[in-house]
Ligand binder design. Structure first.
Ligand SMILES: [Zn+2]
Length: 68
């Protein structure tokens, strides 16, 4: 079961490798978002920045809790 999950994650990450995600421009932001209108971004007081999923992961950002 765990192996299946890992396989699905691997397929998903390859498929989404060029997709863009959205992060709050705050230096303390730790999440990335699949939608710029996500409610997790609604309390961001900085500008919203579109970056590649790869660079979001490289800066140790994780998917926001609303979009899991
Ligand atoms: Zn979000």
């Amino acid at each position: 079961m765990k192996l299946l999950l890992l396989a699905l994650l691997a397929i998903n990450s390859v498929h989404c490798s060029t997709s863009m995600v959205y992060v709050c421009g705050s230096p303390t932001a730790t999440k990335y978002h699949l939608s710029p209108s996500c409610r997790g971004l609604s309390n961001c007081n900085y500008r919203i920045v579109a970056i590649s999923l790869d660079s979001a992961r490289e800066s140790n950002k994780t998917l926001c809790k609303w979009e899991r």
